[in-house]
Design a protein around this ligand. Sequence first.
Ligand code: THU
Length: 160
Amino acid sequence: MNRKIEVTASLEVIPLGLLTESESKLIHKAKEILESAHAPYSKFLVGAAVLLENGEIFVANNQENVSFPVGICAERAVLSYVMGNFPNLKPLKIAIAARRLNEKAYAYVTPCGMCRQTINEYEVKFGDKIEILMLNGQEEVLKADGIEQLLPFRFHNLHL
Ligand code: THU
């Protein structure tokens, strides 16, 4: 019989009120910036906030294009900016929040496959995990302790 490899992925489900101060601030920043997203096609507004090891927070949102594949997700927009400008500062956490244009309530959101691979890239670059906080509707946050929880069997050359 063939050998089987199985992995278990886990996310912590945290009520908003039980987040640490730093996590709560990061989610708040992601919520704030999603309101300036350019998402006239999908009408799905996404915000992402990154906490760097020096304590600074940077934010960005999704920027869509009439030629759909040209658009970029919030996570890659913010990571490209911070890693381009502060290539030696380790990103510790990334928070993501989303809302549909015509709904008041926040939506469930997790990073797409390309963004997962991008987060993986910077984990590998710094040899450390990046915590991912995903707003899960109104009241909860899903927390992954690193990209392995969202991208099992990921491609990388270094062992984390
Ligand atoms: N999007 C993000 O910006 N981040 C995610 O985590 C999920 C998807 C964007 C891409 C597109 O502009 C819109 O949301 C709908 O997929």
